[in-house]
Design a binder for this molecule. Structure first.
Ligand code: HMG
Ligand code: MG
Length: 298
């Protein structure tokens, strides 16, 4: 049976913008975050505390955190790849962070310059510091349905990384189809395998839409009892270390699916579409959400 309640994790300001080559002002990022929470989103990944040499676009994340209008009940999160990033996040007043690992060795090297095992070791002191500060930690696993360097990735490999993140204290593990090659069948298989190691109500789906399968993969995950999905307004994004990968599944498209299933989220789809259109105008990009384009044209 399909979950009655679904939580959406808006990753547009982070995953959506991290790959943009053109400078985006702090003011435009702040406006995006505030527009998203005004539309009713309850969780926004605002930015990253990573090396500015690796991902220049996220360099201003602390300023963005300083300037957003914090709405009661909303979680504002930031990515932290190591203790240095965690400390910068704490300094910026962040109350929830995400650590990120990969299910493929090559991607781990390209993305965070270390092996999977080394990355997990780096997260241990982050988890300890987070506990001391009362900060919740979410975990990501990348390349769960394919790797840009290695091709197929066995579901068992994903399960073992996910289980390690869960065991070290991540309250939720988000399964990232970084390059969007996953299909509904592969997604169901993945959740069945990972679900033997991490409870399904502790899993989230993070689907990029490169092959146009992301909404189908969200639905397949719902059928398997997953009730948390990461999405990006206007389908913004791509990963700097996954060439050719496009943005996340659009938040508007997931919301339209959920609305059709009678699943309440409290998010206003028109306001959300307007928020997406505004950032697309800033970027000079076409809106990547089919639903938003339809709404805005009607
Ligand atoms: P490194 O070069 O191996 O790090 O990078 P290092 O520890 O050797 O340090 C080198 C320099 O970086 C030093 O500075 C450090 O201080 C600095 P220097 O002495 O040369 O001036 N440094 C930092 N600066 C700022 N913040 C930090 C930090 N750490 C070290 N936290 C590192 C290793 C992990 C830092 C680097 O590889 C990195 O920042 N990678 C981030 C990559 C990234 O952000 N990727 C995108 C996010 S993941 C994603 O999009 C996937 C996801 O969406 C799920 C999915 O779709 O699959 C989540
Ligand atoms: Mg991603």
């Amino acid at each position: 049976t399909i979950p009655k309640k679904v939580r959406l994790v808006e990753v547009g300001p982070r995953d959506g913008l991290q790959n943009e080559k053109q400078p985006i002002s702090v003011a435009d990022k702040v406006r995006l975050v505030d527009d998203l929470t005004a539309a009713g989103l309850g969780y926004v990944e605002v930015g990253s505390f990573v090396s500015p040499k690796w991902v220049p676009q996220m360099a201003g994340s602390a300023e963005v955190f300083a300037q957003i209008q914090r709405k009661a009940g909303v979680t504002y999160a930031g990515l932290a790849p190591n203790l240095k990033g965690f400390e910068a996040a704490v300094e910026a007043g962040v109350k929830e962070v995400a650590v990120f690992a990969a299910a493929s060795e090559s991607f781990s090297q390209k993305n965070i310059n270390c092996s999977i095992a080394e990355s997990l070791e780096r997260f241990v002191p982050v988890m300890e510091a987070a506990k001391a500060h009362g900060i919740s930690v979410r975990g990501y696993v990348s390349c769960v349905l394919g790797c840009p360097y290695e091709g197929e990735v066995p579901a068992e490999q994903v399960a073992s990384v996910a289980a390690e993140l869960y065991a070290m204290g991540c309250y939720e593990v988000s399964l990232g189809d970084t390059i969007g090659t996953g299909t509904a069948g592969a997604t169901r298989h993945l959740i069945n395998v990972v679900g033997t190691r991490v409870p399904r109500d502790r899993l989230a789906g993070h689907f990029h839409d490169t092959y146009g399968q992301a909404v189908a993969n969200v639905y397949a995950s719902l059928l398997e009892g997953v009730a948390v999905f990461d999405s990006s307004v206007a389908g913004l994004g791509g990963c700097p270390y996954a060439k050719g990968a496009t943005g996340n599944v659009a938040t508007e498209d997931v919301l339209y699916l959920l609305n059709g299933l009678g699943i309440q989220t409290g998010i206003d789809i028109d306001q959300l579409a307007a928020a997406g259109q505004r950032i697309c105008a800033v970027l000079g990009k076409e809106n990547g959400s089919r639903v938003a384009r339809a709404i805005l044209a009607s």
